[in-house]
Design a protein around this ligand. Structure first.
Ligand code: FES
Length: 314
């Protein structure tokens, strides 16, 4: 049973208040803390680790191990250091959680210093497994992946019209489908998306630094250059950290809006610059042209995720 919102919080000596929110680890999707609102709302909201819960007696009552005095050692909730799950849309979270989503908080990355340590051991195990199996799977992989060693696809895709964008310096998402062929499988249609910003001259300068951005084919020839003074800038819909889809969101700290990735909470400004989180580089700008009728055309380039520099894959 999980602690229910507004359930009574009872310490070893007395009732101390009610559970007002829960905090979720964005990676494990498990509740890491509960937030206790003091009685009569006077003593603020304290963030208490879930390990302090001795028993969830019923949906209405949760008993804690600590005394009411010990509870005071836990920090008051710093609400600005969290976003709600509405803001980040964590997939399948509701499979694990049975509380009101509006009251479920996710810590912003500054608070997540523990995660790399936990991930280190998981990554180490994966790396050892990969080393053991590599000699066995390499010939098969090489055979299967042969069709991938092809020239990059520099075709243009029309994704929508700029008349949808009402405001400057705000992300607008365009969805499109494209054919995709994986080794020896029939060609399939896949859904993709890009984000476009109608950029003010300051944002154009922040993205391009006053120089046209060139894009190259696999022979090193220029296939297209975005003009540094073009107001419409298109970003790949994949987060450069590990490739998740991100959204344009307003948060308490960024009331005008930012690009927010739900997977590990990287945050980017309207120029694609990393403001917070583990992303190793800015959002990837795509080759884009807008015709006289306002139709947006892009080359759907994909870059390798998780690395600082842009390494073109498709
Ligand atoms: S995929 Fe990790 S922050 Fe986006």
């Amino acid at each position: 049973m999980q602690p229910k919102l507004s359930a009574k919080a009872v310490c070893s000596d007395k009732e101390v208040g009610r559970i007002s929110k829960v905090v979720v680890d964005p990676l494990s999707h498990e509740i890491s803390h509960v937030v206790i609102q003091g009685r009569n709302g006077k003593s603020g909201e304290r963030q208490v680790p879930i390990s302090e819960i001795r028993e969830v007696v019923s949906e209405e009552e949760v008993v804690f191990r600590c005394s009411s005095e010990d509870l005071e050692q836990y920090p008051l909730l710093d609400r600005d250091s969290f976003v709600t799950v509405h803001d980040v849309e964590i997939a399948h979270l509701e499979d694990n959680l049975h509380v009101e989503p509006g009251e479920v908080l996710v810590p912003l990355p500054r608070l997540e210093r523990e995660i790399p340590r936990r991930m280190f051991f998981a990554n180490m195990t994966h790396a050892i497994g990969a080393l053991i199996t590599l000699p066995l799977v390499y010939p098969v992989l090489k055979y299967l992946m042969k069709p991938m060693y092809q020239p990059y696809d520099n075709s243009w895709f029309q994704v929508g019209n700029v008349n949808k964008i009402q405001k400057e310096n705000v992300g607008y998402q365009y969805k499109f489908t494209r054919g995709f062929k994986e080794a020896f499988m029939p060609e399939q249609e896949i859904e993709k998306n890009i984000w476009v910003v109608k950029a003010t001259p300051e944002i154009q300068e922040a993205v391009y630094g006053g120089e046209d951005k060139k894009f190259y084919d696999n022979k090193g020839d220029v296939v297209w250059a975005n003009k540094a003074t073009t107001p419409f800038i298109g970003f790949s819909g994949k987060c450069p950290h590990l490739g998740c889809g991100y959204k344009w969101r307003k948060t308490k700290n960024y009331p005008d809006g930012v690009f927010l990735c739900p997977c590990h909470l990287s945050i980017y400004d309207e120029a694609g610059k990393v403001l917070d989180g583990p992303a190793p580089r800015a959002l990837d700008v795509l080759p884009m042209k807008v015709d006289a009728g306002g139709n947006i055309n892009i080359i759907d380039i994909e870059y390798k995720a998780g690395v600082k520099g842009q390494i073109r894959l498709l």
